[in-house]
Design a protein around this ligand. Sequence first.
Ligand SMILES: Nc1ncnc2c1ncn2[C@@H]1O[C@H](COP(=O)(O)OP(=O)(O)OP(=O)(O)O)[C@@H](O)[C@H]1O
Ligand SMILES: [Mg+2]
Length: 500
Amino acid sequence: MYEYYASEGQNPLPFALAELIDNSLSATSRNIGVRRIQIKLLFDETQGKPAVAVIDNGRGMTSKQLNNWAVYRLSKFTRQGDFESDHSGYVRPVPVPRSLNSDISYFGVGGKQAVFFVGQSARMISKPADSQDVHELVLSKEDFEKKEKNKEAIYSGYIRNRKPSDSVHITNDEERFLHNLIIEEKEKDSFTAVVITGVQPEHIQYLKNYFHLWTRQLAHIYHYYIHGPKGNEIRTSKEVEPFNNIDIEISMFEKGKVPKIVNLREIQDDMQTLYVNTAADSFEFKAHVEGDGVVEGIIRYHPFLYDRETYPDDPCFPSKLKDEDDDDDCFILEKAARGKRPIFECFWNGRLIPYTSVEDFDWCTPPKKRGLAPIECYNRISGALFTNDKFQVSTNKLTFMDLELKLKDKNTLFTRILNGQEQRMKIDREFALWLKDCHEKYDKQIKFTLFKGIITRPDLPSKKQGPWATYAAIEWDGKIYKAGQLVGITYCHFFNNNLI
Ligand SMILES: Nc1ncnc2c1ncn2[C@@H]1O[C@H](COP(=O)(O)OP(=O)(O)OP(=O)(O)O)[C@@H](O)[C@H]1O
Ligand SMILES: [Mg+2]
């Protein structure tokens, strides 16, 4: 299992937590009011041994379903034969923008993989709306081993049925935090709580020390679920949004400290939020892949503004470029904005698949011959791809299996989407024109400020005499220069004073 999560230099722990959030998103998909998902890191030793709890107000599980939870690879597809009310046959979700269909329970492995990656034991507590009783099941590695030795059925477990808020069965002092969790059941019609104990010490250290980092990663993974199909457009006016009913709240409790609590929606510096808010314009497209595969795509333009690129850097993993100290006095040409990063991040059923990215498509790479827009403009774009469920992902939801292959198939058809309409013109041409337009409209070396008025200039040929806008100052590289001010301009290897 450790191999299973083995990953590209990143700690996979946030992705294990994501599996439990996936389950909660699926479980709350039919909620009428708010969809509440809480991740509680119970690290206060005065309350017992460290634990991680994921709690949602979703539909809950019957005792049969709870038993099924524990069965490896029993998914909604393989369950079709059972006649439990909501498992009588799998129905594909209807298409929705960005495929935000909450249908992210897939293989029947995620929850189990995740809990035993995080810790040694899991207590599942669940109540469906039409049940008087709460169902509880405890699975532990130790127990599996014992059963295996005794040649008993390994996954058969004992399910306890009890009244909501009744915690008399919790006699173990190491789990006394459970009393508080269980008391809260009173207010809930239906819910599921996954409580992981025996949390690996290195995970506890990571969760404590890198709280800022992994909460941003989760905000990134679920960006479009939290903020809706347009993403987190930071607005000044408070408009009512149809997409703000998913509350994913992370809280960490430590002895003698104020609890750290963050709602993922409040995070304003996850990568998608940065992309959305530094973009001056966007180019939307759709790809039709053989066999019902549909991919929605967006490319965003991050202009060159006032002497610097606005393409955002990842605050959690800053690119090396910035650290290089340029103590040289020479003017250094701005390096390519995107650097070596691929253009596209990839989302499956609305959630990020973190280890897959797509470098580019042939219609958005710099042309061999001189194009319509300067070459550097091709480095000012970021993008996202949103696939539906017709694309395969690995069972740990870390990588796509065949996305790039399918997209680059010669039969894949790309079209630009403008104002919701598919455009007829070839996408190469549409893209080149859009990029040229972005360059002309948005890339600006210097910011002109203190507008003085419009003038005509009789010194110029008649066609070019007006209108001319005049300004009293410029802002350049963070400094303001006013008309009439004496400035020094430093060039490489020689100096030159000028009056402007
Ligand atoms: N929070 C929850 N609320 C209600 N039912 C749940 C919850 N978590 C899991 N389940 C049920 O347990 C099943 C097994 O979950 P598990 O995460 O192990 O696999 P899966 O979600 O079906 O597939 P995947 O491998 O994609 O995660 C789910 O299909 C779902 O029916
Ligand atoms: Mg799952």
